[in-house]
Ligand binder design. Structure first.
Ligand code: ZN
Length: 553
């Protein structure tokens, strides 16, 4: 019998297939699961898991760790939330391919769309690669978790077509070149392609992927499918539901033409969007009936946001004056927001987001005159002072050098019944965490624990077995992540050990640990006892070990 490196005893095993939990031991030899059930003999290391659940490591299919993984091979804090595989390169954006010395455009787009600032790229991302396979080679060494890498359509198109990628459809020769590059990336281990129907760049211009016609998209999907796998991840034109429905129909066509799975992110329930989510789910079902595999992604968390005028905020993109000021360096930004000449215009525009500001409370404050406002509702303060919401927001922010935190809670994707309905739909994958992006507005990591905390334990909308399957087996199967996502002999030993009674996401904290003097929201977890990546015990009771056994998957 093979000698075991690690044995986890007396666990309640939830194996990721959805079948009922069972008690047993699990033995690991090298990077694989060697035995499940009753395991005889002693392993080099033994863990007693009485009272704990042992599940396959969670998979997060929607992250933007592409830059962060360059300076943080652990993709913090995802592992702390039981995640052993993250998919990055979503939403048409990747950091490869890129021509030497021409990273500026990719950085500008990434910075605008995902809120990773340019000084952070300058300090943390070396751009020492050109091709996608070279980028994978760069990040491979020392990975603490597994990476599934999508190729960004906008990056690919810009590489081949330059500035023309934001002007016109591609020629046959250009399409052929993109296909060759994509096939090379797939051969090097990429998981698929990502595209966007909605994003705009730093100059408010549609990103390159939005100029692609159907013949380009079909060619790319078919090229990708030659590898035997491949997912097309997309962001729909969610601003207008009619357009989003057209996107879904187009994805159905692409899925059928290339035999691939298309993934649409996100679907959210929001009082601002009415029944858009219901109509979108119906459209997914209609494509399914026609033989297309189009899935949506949705997340368990309420889409809560924090705004600090000293950082970035996509909520302000639609307010022209605010948006312009937000692009200024901090000292100029303070002057612009504080200039009485601009006040009337700022207040008028600010009323456009009044429904969100009504749900805002004041979080962290800095100046002595703001201390009494901390923790209070912005609406209440505005009522007491007899002023408009944006005025109060501006005054508080200006007193703090714009650093005041405004916390918008409980508006978007907050209704438990409709969110449960979305999360239980067979054509919805748990995803859309956006971990690694928008880091000065929220921490996207933590949805995994939160699904169990909120929808299994608190509201009893899902069984633990089904929740685990949604976070593991189902995603590995549908996204082509081989030999992961379930607990069975011979599979990779990606595992999470947790206490089902206490597993939860912790509160967000704002920290300044991002290269280039950047800040981000982080969140810890509760109830996660251990995380094992490819057989290596990587996190134990909240602490990282020195193991770095992650792979490109
Ligand atoms: Zn995204």
């Amino acid at each position: 019998m093979t000698e075991l490196d690690l044995c986890i005893r007396n666990a309640r095993i939830v194996d990721g297939t959805g079948r009922p939990a069972f008690g047993g031991d699990l033995g690991i030899a090298g990077d694989r699961i060697a035995a499940v059930g009753r395991v005889a003999g002693r392993a080099k290391r033994e863990i007693d898991a009485r009272g704990l659940v042992l599940a396959p490591g969670f998979i997060d299919i929607h992250t933007h760790y592409d830059p962060q993984i360059c300076w943080d091979r652990l993709a913090t804090p995802s592992i702390e939330h039981g995640v052993t595989t993250v998919v990055m390169g979503n939403c048409s954006l990747t950091l490869a391919p890129v021509r030497p010395g021409e990273s500026k455009k990719l950085v500008a787009m990434f910075s605008r769309i995902e809120d990773i600032k340019e000084p952070t790229f300058a300090a943390g991302v070396p751009f020492s690669w050109e091709s996608f396979p070279e980028y994978l080679d760069h990040i491979r060494a020392g990975l603490g978790l597994n990476i599934g890498a999508l190729v960004g359509h906008s990056a690919l198109r810009w590489y081949v077509m330059g500035a023309d990628s934001q002007e016109r459809v591609a020629t046959d020769a250009e399409i052929a070149q993109m296909c060759t590059l994509l096939e090379q990336a797939m051969a090097a281990g990429a998981l698929g392609l990502s595209t966007s129907y909605v994003d705009i760049d730093e100059n408010m211009k549609p990103v390159p992927s939005r100029f692609a016609d159907m013949r380009e998209k079909i060619a790319l999907c078919q090229a990708m499918a030659k590898s035997g796998r491949g997912v097309l991840q997309t962001v729909p034109y969610f601003i207008d539901v009619e357009e989003q429905l057209k996107n879904i129909a187009e994805l159905g066509e692409l899925s059928r033409a290339a035999g691939i799975l298309c993934s649409l992110a996100p679907i959210v329930s929001s009082p601002l969007g009415g029944d858009a989510w219901r109509r979108s789910l119906a459209a997914l079902e209609a494509e399914r009936a026609k033989g297309g595999r189009v899935y949506a992604q949705s997340m368990p968390r309420t889409f809560d946001l924090n705004i600090r005028l000293s950082e970035t905020s996509f909520l302000l993109f639609g307010l022209p004056t605010w948006n312009r000021f937000m692009s200024l360096a901090l000292p100029e930004r303070v002057s612009a927001f504080g200039d009485p000449e601009n006040r009337a215009q700022l207040v008028q525009e600010g009323m456009m987001i009044a429904p969100l500001l009504m749900a805002a409370s004041v979080g962290e404050v800095f100046s002595p005159e703001n201390q009494d406002f901390a923790g209070r509702s912005l609406l209440q303060i505005a009522g007491e002072l007899g002023r408009k919401l944006p005025e109060v927001m501006l005054d508080l922010a200006l007193a703090d050098g714009l650093r005041t935190e405004f916390c918008i809670r409980g508006v978007i994707h907050a209704d438990v019944e409709s969110v449960s309905e979305i999360l239980s739909h067979p054509l919805v994958h748990i995803g859309a965490s956006d971990a690694g992006a928008h880091i000065a507005q929220f921490c996207g990591a933590g949805d995994t624990c939160y699904l169990i905390e909120r929808f299994v334990r608190e509201h009893k909308k899902l069984s633990l077995e089904r929740a685990v399957e949604r976070l593991t087996g189902e995603l590995a199967r549908d996204w082509g992540i081989a030999d992961r996502g379930v607990i069975a002999e011979g599979k990779f030993a990606d595992l999470v050990l947790f206490d089902p009674e206490t597993i939860a996401r912790g509160p967000e904290v704002f920290v300044g640990d991002v290269p280039g003097n950047g800040n981000r929201y982080l969140r810890s977890a509760r109830g996660i006892e251990a995380v094992i990546v490819n057989g290596a015990l990587t996190l134990e009771r909240g602490r990282y070990t020195s193991e770095r056994a992650g792979r490109i998957v």
